[in-house]
Design a protein around this ligand. Structure first.
Ligand code: HEC
Ligand code: HEC
Ligand code: HEC
Ligand code: HEC
Ligand code: HEC
Ligand code: HEC
Ligand code: HEC
Ligand code: HEC
Length: 483
């Protein structure tokens, strides 16, 4: 009840509540409480002569006001202040027209009312998006590619800001920036809505990555394009895979008539085929709705070698277990499918996809052995991305290999075959060929080194010979001294 009073109180503050609503609410609270609340609310209204909407909605950032005004939040009395008001002691607090506000509204702020969603999100791999990125930075692997080679190579390593440009607008736009000890004044970390943004208050993530401000709608988040903003491209083309699948076809042809807005939408009633959210997040009998997108995955399909989910964030080594096993996670996803498909259909489909993953794993093991031999024989430098064959090897698992595996699980035959196993075969041929060339070149240079040595030795020998002959010659020329 305190919450409800708080909501109505805030609404009044924004001048958005009508007398009718108040009388309606009276029925719930009882007369006494309402009177008390009415007086205190009116007192506050006169105390704060201006409110956020005095300016916002009256010529300043009206687009933001309008989005908010059309949202469930506005309908439920959640105002600008509710989300943006800050305590002066908050790390990200700023003074703003007589108010103390924070521009950033982190998952921790949303958790005041949406604790379940915030906790589930924190449990998922999504919340580690920026941590992942940072970890690799130290190891000189992937971010090394963007910040040091893609950036640094051209402009020189001393201009840190410019070398960072590709990373900032690339990796970090999807993964998130680290705002620890930073403010929104710092253009190297803000603006950013990456999925795992590390916020000044220490919480991880950005709810606005899927629910854009200030509509914060579930309809938007349920659309595949929302996920597709990040889940696309050569290395994780889930949106392309989805659009190729039968589910994606149905979405494209009929999606306009589905009930996107209803809370707890029901498969077969509100929608006929699942979107990304439908399979990975929405509720089904046996699989409660969740913001933990890792909760229904039985495989780790993104690393070089796929393994069953063990809840250890791959190279990061962080344990983010939800206390279950990969079998439990698989059963949850199967429960989703079984809303619309029979058990035989679903169980057999999983077996088909499983063997595609195993086939890939074996192909990877072979290619890896070729590369390891080259490194062991000192034919490649230990640095990544400084030899052409290393790019091919990287693309083998990180691009084509991921495509084949993911498409097998999400019904996209073209990505399994032509953008998957066919290109894996092509890569393997090229890697074998390049490895042979590297070996041949090294042998050739060994032979030519031998030849060089031989010539040098011959030269030295001839020179020595010449010296000896000269000495002998002069000795012979030496006149005999008379006795
Ligand atoms: C007296 C007018 C006024 C009032 C009252 C006001 N604002 Fe603003 N606000 C502004 C102006 C002007 C800007 C700057 C707009 C721009 O940069 O284009 C702004 C910007 C902002 C920003 C963005 C700041 C940034 O650095 O990116 C936020 C967030 C914001 N206001 C929230 C609020 C909230 C929440 C309230 C109520 C607690 C509020 N404002 C009350 C005038 C006002
Ligand atoms: C449900 C919480 C919530 C409410 C209500 C809310 N905001 Fe926001 N606002 C956010 C979030 C989330 C962001 C994005 C910041 C981030 O990524 O942390 C944001 C960002 C902003 C920004 C900066 C974005 C930009 O594009 O410059 C402004 C300005 C702003 N809000 C103003 C307002 C105003 C004015 C209102 C009331 C009409 C309001 N907000 C209501 C959560 C809220
Ligand atoms: C003061 C409490 C409060 C805060 C803080 C708050 N919300 Fe809400 N939110 C609500 C209420 C109340 C509803 C409406 C619930 C309903 O319709 O069942 C709602 C609804 C939603 C919905 C569902 C909208 C829809 O289309 O059905 C989303 C998504 C959401 N909030 C996200 C957020 C995010 C993200 C934040 C933080 C940036 C946030 N909320 C902060 C109270 C809050
Ligand atoms: C702003 C970018 C962004 C958006 C939007 C986004 N994701 Fe992600 N997603 C990521 C990143 C980055 C990762 C990898 C995170 C990591 O490794 O820490 C990821 C990972 C995942 C994973 C794998 C989790 C695991 O345990 O392996 C799933 C499943 C997923 N996302 C589903 C979704 C769905 C469904 C949506 C839409 C409702 C969505 N994502 C929206 C960026 C995004
Ligand atoms: C278009 C958005 C986007 C960009 C740009 C991007 N990523 Fe990702 N990244 C993702 C998504 C989505 C995933 C999850 C893939 C999956 O689980 O299938 C991911 C996964 C990862 C993973 C694997 C995490 C794991 O669980 O194993 C790492 C590491 C990673 N990205 C690092 C980077 C680095 C470094 C860059 C820049 C060089 C980068 N990413 C650029 C979206 C992006
Ligand atoms: C990866 C995308 C994604 C992110 C990030 C995300 N959400 Fe959601 N959210 C969704 C989807 C999809 C739904 C609808 C789920 C369904 O169909 O039941 C949803 C639904 C909701 C709802 C409505 C729940 C209900 O029962 O009606 C709330 C509230 C909400 N989200 C809050 C949040 C908060 C708070 C955060 C940040 C901690 C957040 N979301 C981050 C995708 C996301
Ligand atoms: C028909 C249901 C379904 C739909 C629709 C769907 N997925 Fe999936 N997705 C799956 C299944 C099944 C797996 C593999 C589950 C496992 O590991 O056991 C998976 C795996 C994934 C992975 C994990 C890859 C990894 O790194 O291990 C990501 C990321 C992902 N999906 C994102 C998405 C996105 C984004 C969309 C929409 C563009 C989407 N999915 C649409 C069922 C679906
Ligand atoms: C909301 C209902 C729904 C859910 C949930 C669902 N599907 Fe489907 N699926 C359909 C419909 C409808 C079709 C089209 C059937 C047809 O072709 O007649 C379909 C088609 C398919 C096909 C056939 C693809 C083709 O190329 O013809 C496969 C395989 C499939 N689904 C697997 C799955 C799996 C695996 C899951 C869970 C990870 C799942 N589906 C979840 C509704 C659903």
């Amino acid at each position: 009840m305190v919450n409800l009073i708080r909501k109505s109180y805030i609404s009044l503050n924004e001048g958005r509540i009508s007398m009718g609503t108040l009388i309606y609410r009276r029925k719930f609270f009882g007369f006494g409480v309402t009177l008390l609340f009415l007086f205190s609310a009116m007192a506050t209204t006169s105390m704060v002569a201006t409110s956020c909407t005095t300016c916002h909605g009256n010529g300043i950032l009206d687009a933001i006001y309008n989005d908010w005004n059309n949202s469930k939040h506005a309908q439920n009395g959640v105002t600008c202040q509710t989300c943006h008001e800050a305590d002066p002691s908050d790390v990200d607090a700023i003074s703003h027209n007589g108010y103390t506000i924070s521009v950033i509204v982190s998952p921790q702020d949303c958790s005041a009312c949406h604790d379940k969603e915030a906790q589930e999100f924190e449990q998922s791999l999504h919340s580690l998006g920026a941590k992942y990125y940072e970890y690799l930075f130290g190891k000189g692997v992937l971010p090394f590619l963007e910040s040091q080679i893609e950036g640094g190579y051209i402009v020189g390593e001393n201009d840190v800001n410019i070398t960072h440009a590709a990373t900032l607008r690339g990796c970090q736009s999807c993964h998130g920036t680290n705002m620890t000890g930073k403010s929104t004044d710092d253009y190297l970390v803000w603006p950013n809505n990456g999925i795992g943004r590390i916020n000044p208050d220490g919480s991880m993530g950005s709810c606005a990555a899927c629910h854009t401000r200030h509509t914060f709608s579930i309809a938007e988040a349920r659309h595949p394009e929302t996920c597709g903003q990040c889940h696309m491209g050569p290395d994780h083309p889930q949106i392309e895979i989805f659009m190729e699948s039968k589910h994606g076809n149905i979405y494209s042809s009929e999606g306009d008539s589905w009930n996107w807005d209803v809370k707890d939408w029901v498969a077969g009633v509100d929608y006929r085929a699942p979107t990304c959210a439908g399979c990975h997040m929405s509720g089904a009998p046996g699989a409660p709705a969740t913001h933990d997108v890792s909760a229904r995955l039985s495989w780790e399909l993104e690393p070089a070698v796929s393994r069953h989910t063990d809840n250890i964030a791959n190279s990061l080594g962080i344990d983010f277990t939800d206390g279950t096993t990969w079998e439990v996670k698989r059963d949850r996803m199967k429960a989703v499918c079984k809303q619309c498909h029979s058990s035989t259909w679903v169980d057999n489909y999983y077996l088909q996809a499983d063997i595609a993953v195993e086939l890939y794993n074996e192909q990877y093991a072979y290619v890896k052995s070729i590369m390891e031999d080259l490194y062991e024989d000192g034919l490649l430098t230990p640095d990544p991305f400084d030899e052409v064959i290393e790019f091919k090897y990287y693309e083998f698992w990180h691009h084509e290999g991921r495509r084949a595996r993911m498409a097998a699980f999400m019904q996209a035959p073209d990505y399994v075959q032509w953008h998957g196993f066919y290109e894996l075969l092509q890569d393997r041929e090229e890697i074998e060929h390049m490895a042979e060339e590297i070996r041949a070149a090294s042998e050739e240079s060994e032979t030519s080194a031998d030849l060089d040595f031989l010539l040098l030795a011959l030269g030295v020998f001839l020179l020595a010979e010449l010296v000896v002959i000269t000495i002998l010659f002069f000795r012979r020329q030496k006149p005999e001294l008379p006795e």
